[in-house]
Design a binder for this molecule. Sequence first.
Ligand code: SF4
Ligand code: SF4
Length: 295
Amino acid sequence: MIVAVASGKGGTGKTTVAASLAWVWDRPVAAVDLDVEEPNLHLFLKPDITGRETAFMEVPVADESKCTYCRACADLCQFKAISVLGSVLLTFAEMCHGCGGCLAVCPEKALSPGSRELGDVSWGTAGGRIGFFMGRLRVGEAMSPPLMRAVVAKLNQTPHAAAGDVIIDAPPGTSCPAINAVLPSDLILLVTEPTPFGFHDFRLAHAAFAPLGKPMAAVINRAGLGDRSVQDFCLSRQLPILAEIPFDRSLAEAYSKGRVVAEALPNMRKVFVELMTALRGLAETPPQRKAAAHA
Ligand code: SF4
Ligand code: SF4
């Protein structure tokens, strides 16, 4: 089972939930931080990092001596990452999405594969039993999805990790990186807080992820704040609320020390064990009932 822990808004407690879920998970599990622009799952899980490698993306390199300025590459590229101005060929590696199309269409073989550094992928083990994988985007790099795919590829190349369950800490928001992070999942767990800001972004996240057709559920963090808008919305969309985490000083103190709350607080361990059980129940729900949950 692959669970993506996501949120429409940053700061709702998504990483807190992902870390605690991984901590209480009673089957082989890998925790995967795909929030590659601002990874911080490692701050909670404190993994022993055993490997690290730089990830690259393929970009075209031009040999202008072979170029006939036919424009086939420029006409194909939807991202304006390669241009022909008269008898000048220009490539913009930072704008390239690495599709390889220009290399394929060049009749003169004037383009060859080069590379652009995306960032690094690292892996290890947390708590002696939790597989851990993360990506960290290079400062100045604009595209996170290729690095996220490199992290998932590393997970899949690690047989003992790929064989178990996976908990993904997805980036917040509803744009391309967030969608990309939840795509490999079997189930999306949306973390929100019952404030006007949390509710607003929660609805956006639900609208963004619902078309993917995956089972979804919610966790309400800082329960007790605000009003019941989130609960009413979940009820109206048949979106199960699998856990409510109270707005409590002891949680804030554990969080401020970088501790996994399910480890630091026995009452929170119980909450997350119940959440784990509920997620498994949802994953095993027959398809027609899952479909009803998205009606
Ligand atoms: S690889 Fe794709 S995105 Fe990059 S320059 Fe070529 S056509 Fe454009
Ligand atoms: S397709 Fe090849 S030959 Fe044509 S403009 Fe591009 S690099 Fe030059």
